[in-house]
Design a protein around this ligand. Sequence first.
Ligand code: G3I
Ligand code: 9MR
Ligand code: ZN
Length: 532
Amino acid sequence: MIKETQINLNQIGYRPKDEKRAVIRDAGGDTEFDVRRCDTKESVFKGTITNGSGLGSSGDSVSYADLSALTRPGRYMVTTSSGKESYEFEIGDGVYDGALADSLRMLYLQRCGTDLPEEYAGEFAHGKCHDEIATIYGETGQMEVSGGWHDAGDYGRYTVPGAKAVADLLLAYELYPGSFDDNLGIPESNNGIKDVLDEARFELEWLHKMQLPSGCVSHKVTGLDFDGFIMPDKCTSKLYVMPASKTATADFAGVMYMAGRVYRDIDPAFSDKCIAAADRALAAYTDHRKDEGFTNPPDVLTGEYRDDCSEDEFLWAVCEGYRTTGDRRFESLLDTVDMSLIRYEGFGWDDMSGYAYYAYLAAKDPMKTKHDLKGRFYGMCDKAARTALTGEAYGSSLDDDYAWGSNMYIANNAMALLLASSLEYNKDYELAAKRQLDYILGTNPCSYCFLTGYGTNSPQNPHHRPSVAQKKAMKGMLVGGADSYLEDEWAQKALKNVPKAKCYIDVSDSYSCNEITIYWNSPLVFVLAAFR
Ligand code: G3I
Ligand code: 9MR
Ligand code: ZN
């Protein structure tokens, strides 16, 4: 058992110049804090505890210890006079190097349709999986759709979240190429192309296979039900290519336009192929714009990723298409978007407008439009920054809403703020973004470093089939985190009447708290690359 702590901070640690703010729950009579070296227990820094209040979704009454002025590299802990102790943390350059490498390598370990040799995958090595020719659902035909990443704790492969995950990697590469290397330890390492692009391409190649002759894109390839908790090469359920959906088709166009730009200089033929495929998808999309969102056929139980509004996905495809090609035909499509249908704004699998806003703003010679996309983007960022800087006790940017995959929304907000700040530097945005990373890595009311294998207290029991099968949490996975809607039996039993931001449990059956996904890791890769 790991000792509980009332002093929460980033359990990996901080770069020397970062803000370093420990959050103390119920400080009681403590007024001063010490930062001590872990080895000698010698105090190297003292400060006064400042009062916070009972703020926000944790319900905690908090105070703060600001140790930002301590910049000397080392391994430390924060203590108070009554004997409260934080977990250990590090100050130093490169503190996030390992986390970045492992959160990217996690995607390699999610690869499907190929064997993962022990040399690269260690104890998560397995033979070729899910590589049979799949049956087209409701038809007699078959399709070869092997490849891509397993979506999450399950082995399904879904187009919509796959597009989001790739988009995050490609944006991370475009903005922070210097943060990525070619020596991650994947089969393509040392091929002269950064591993982040090799890994993204693995998913892109699969996405290409998911495009139907009509130009529309299949929503997913899975069995009728989820596979058991076994290694992927042991799965035997029959695979189906499910029908196309309008969100899959529009997301496919968006990410392929992005890929067409990013791989331009690396592989012109591949870049051309991506743009041509995106054009075909966008043309096919037009006939399906008013369709309902994808729903599972009655005998299909795998992830649904239902989303009835595809205006945001379409908006993304249009803005990304213009940014990549500069073709004015996108300008006439832009004004046809019905912005009033977009209920949420962001970078989630069902709310892709954030990617659109950024692509629109980053384009050379921006399109003319009646929509105020800039206002919407900065409105979204301002709100996240305000919540993080003044609204929430632990620096979270979530305004009292902790849903399934809340850690993704945290990471997405950080990404939004960093994208905005890359267009026009904004100190508050940078600080708020950093606080989101600190939250994920330990400055949260759950006292968890939500990235497996890092920090003192990290999830040991993720809802992840390979981890359950091998009885060991794979390293480098971001779990979903607090979900106050209590969306599985375990959460319902264990978390009744718990404050929203504390609705988290480290039990592998709790898929609504403790699953992992490729598209929760991907914004974390972006954020870690930014702060590397
Ligand atoms: O629409 C509501 C909105 O009204 C409400 O305010 C909001 C709370 O923030 O929740 C919104 O809906 C939620 C939806 O996600 C969109 O965020 C649902 O309550 C919630 O149940 C839903 O969760 C999704 C879950 O599947 C169940 O459908 C997760 O986002 C999604 O990540 C997850 O995806 C699964 C796949 O199906 C299968 N593979 C694993 C993967 C991860 O768990
Ligand atoms: O393992 C599944 C996980 O990937 C999904 O996110 C989750 C919600 O769709 O469902 C999990 O599968 C469970 C199923 O829904 C109900 N029976 C138990 C399954 C394993 O926990
Ligand atoms: Zn597989």
